[in-house]
Design a protein around this ligand. Structure first.
Ligand code: SAM
Length: 304
């Protein structure tokens, strides 16, 4: 059933949504309203136009559009709730790290980043400076540092998150493995305290869905200011199949905070067209590329 919906429904939805991207971007580029408001309105308009196009296409496509609308949620995850205990947030990102290990996620992220790292070396002839936003457990930045040490590559790696207990956990892990990764508290929506062009690549994994469209535009705009070469986002590809995949074993314990966040996560992933609209409005002078890493991940790259 999921496969049928994915191949016939979601794929048809992406086919009818792609031609809507340019007109929506044109309608919302510039103007007096702040970026956050404009992008929220642009994504709402994209969804409205998609629903109208799906209705014209026929009953099946219209049903696929409705199902996609029903599963969408704006409810906050525990990870985004300031009142939720930080110690449990650390447990949640550690569980996510184990999930990442099980599905080889970090290797996939490396494959997305590697060509951009090579570009920095070729173009600028210096050790690339990387900043990971919303780094959670910090394990991706640490794996990157281990990989660089193994290959004797010179890379400067920093990780960051808004939750101090997670940053502390990542710092301890770096110290215990003698890895030179600097972790700091950074709010990705403002990136206060991080200078323009301070990094070559700013990377954000599995976190774009944590932000409303307008807030994500603010994250990307701030990251674009800080990244001299590129901003790279990787997040789950939107699809009904992710409702099964992302909670994984947590389906056996659906009353836990792990299930709560994982199920919401799958409901919140952005479609490729939405990511393109958000990226192009956030950084109008960047070259925006939307793609995928296998059937699990969507990628969004803004080149400076
Ligand atoms: C799903 S986790 C992803 C963690 C890690 N990137 C990974 O893939 O394992 C989302 C992360 O986003 C962080 N986050 C949420 N809002 C943030 C913000 N405004 N600034 C920085 N990090 C934020 C959360 O604390 C959490 O660590």
């Amino acid at each position: 059933m999921d496969n049928v919906a994915r191949s016939k429904g979601v794929l048809q939805l992406s086919a009818i949504t792609a031609p809507l991207v340019d007109p929506v971007v044109d309608a919302f580029l510039g103007g007096p309203a702040p970026l956050q408001e404009r992008v929220d309105a642009a994504v709402a308009e994209l969804r409205r136009r998609r629903t109208a196009a799906a209705r014209q296409r026929g009953a099946f496509t219209s049903l696929a559009d409705r199902i996609d609308g029903w599963i969408r949620s704006d409810a906050p995850e525990h990870l985004d709730d300031p009142a939720f205990p930080e110690a449990t947030k650390v447990q949640l990102v550690e569980a996510l790290h184990r999930f990442n290990q099980a599905i080889g996620a970090n290797d996939r992220f490396l494959r997305v980043l590697a060509p951009l790292v090579d570009e920095v070396v070729t173009r600028h002839g210096r050790p690339p400076r990387l900043l990971e936003l919303a780094s959670g457990s910090g394990e991706f930045a640490l794996q990157l540092a281990e990989e660089a040490r193994r290959r004797d590559l010179r890379v400067r790696i920093s990780g960051s998150d808004i939750v101090p207990a997670q940053v502390e956990r990542a710092r301890r892990a770096a110290a215990s493995r003698a890895l030179d990764v600097d972790f700091r508290v950074v709010d990705a929506t403002t990136m206060d305290g991080v200078d323009r062009g301070a990094f070559d690549i700013v990377f954000i994994a599995q976190s774009m869905h944590h932000f409303s469209p307008g807030l994500l535009a603010r994250v990307l705009s701030a990251a674009h200011r800080v990244a001299a070469h590129a901003v790279v986002g990787v997040d789950g590809r939107r699809g009904l199949d992710k409702l099964l995949l992302v909670p994984g074993p947590a389906w056996l314990v659906p009353w836990t905070p792990h299930f709560h966040d994982a199920f919401l996560t799958a409901r919140k992933f952005y479609s490729a067209a939405e990511l393109e609209v958000i990226g192009r409005l956030a950084a109008p002078n960047a070259i925006v590329e939307v793609g995928s890493q296998g059937w699990v991940y969507s990628t969004l790259i803004l080149r400076s």
